[in-house]
Design a protein around this ligand. Sequence first.
Ligand code: TGC
Ligand code: FAD
Length: 400
Amino acid sequence: MSATPSSKLPPFDPRDPLGLDDLLTDEDRAVRDTVRQWTADRVLPHIAQWYEDGELPGIRELARELGALGALGMSLTGYGCAGASAVQYGLACLELEAADSGIRSLVSVQGSLAMYAIRRFGSEEQKQQWLPRMAAGEVIGCFGLTEPDHGSDPAGMRTYAKRDGGGDWVLNGRKMWITNGSVAGVAVVWAQTDDGIRGFVVPTDTPGFTAPEITHKWSLRASVTSELVLDDVRLPAAAVLPEAKGLGGPLGCLSHARYGIVWGSMGAARTCFETALDYARTREQFGRPIGGFQLTQAKLADMAVELHKGILLAHHLGLRMDAGRLRPEQVSFGKLNNVREAIEICRTARTILGANGISLEYPVMRHATNLESVLTYEGTVEMHQLVLGKALTGGLDAFR
Ligand code: TGC
Ligand code: FAD
């Protein structure tokens, strides 16, 4: 059969060269456009200044607006959550991270980590108490897994929860690098117990809980990152997440959040690619636009290929998640590939912008430095290589 005559083909769109928009439903597009418009109104006009200042001012107001959009706990059902599809949640992550990884982080930690932990592993009372207010953005949540001496290897965590004679839990320990920590009203904290690792729902006004902010970051500067200090934090027996037992609890939450990053990282990459494309068309050297040089075209072609392959991969994983068929190893596949390629795209975009590439007047360096964190959190490149390596080799475990 002959190919379709090119006169009948849709025009080539440099911003969607594979025609991936065709994969979306009208509802998907509406979600995407709503979140994109919100970032255009509320984030993009200010983000460079927030980044320079190293703060996310008005985070509580932003959280309430994101709640009103239905973006918090977006793919969860009931308790005020939007019940959107995994693909729609992914599209929202992409649009948020196209603005800044810090905004996507706020949403990931709230919805995929803190809310997801309570929705999946919590008691009915915990769900009723926290989820509707978290979905509305009235209460911000955080997720405390990492410790100063246990990052990639959370199984060795030292934070300990002990039961006293009356049945209360008493928590002691420290968590490190916790997104949203100092602004959170509720913390999901993972701790060792006499029966293995358990999760606890900790109201942050509980005596003994403090969350000093971590400053001097050169990445994710428009995001709140904190320590959590637990000093004889006394909680009722009902504070434990009843359905989470062992490391599978927090790792199950991570699968959900990592899925969002598979999409989100492509948002940061898209912004950098589009910025570089616009720049290459207009910036002239040697008497013509730098986009006319073959070396620049090769860079743009390679960036476009990896960007749209990454979006296609994210969409595929989204469809699998919606069908209840997404395995953790597949999430590792996506996080490993997409964040690694996103940072490469941003670094290449930086070269196309020359000296302007390092300026906050353009979004490229901001995204590239943000992605240094995204490469590390939610499992480093090496952790995802090892998860995949273990699965590929039929279970040869490089960890233990
Ligand atoms: P391993 O023996 O492999 O597993 C322990 C148990 O967990 C189960 N499991 C999972 N369950 C659900 N989902 C997953 N993805 C799972 N992966 C493993 C597993 O079946 C086993 O169950 P059982 O019943 O047999 O006990 O555990 P390991 O100790 O060998 O650890 C391996 C490793 C490296 C995969 C894991 O520990 C790991 O993922 N390390 C990286 C830690 C990490 O990602 N931390 C992230 C902290 S949160 C964060 O960064 C938020 S930033 C968010 C933002 O700002 O956007
Ligand atoms: P380490 O585990 O010490 O790793 C250091 C290096 O050694 C890495 O390259 C790692 O891949 C490598 N390595 C370790 N073990 C092996 C091995 N077996 N084989 C080969 N290489 C290995 N955590 C939370 O719990 N909640 C949060 O909200 C949160 N938010 C974060 C926000 C930011 C901005 C950042 C930067 C981090 C955040 N984290 C959070 C922590 C993050 O998840 C950890 O930093 C991450 O899991 C890595 O742990 P680590 O930094 O201790 O590095």
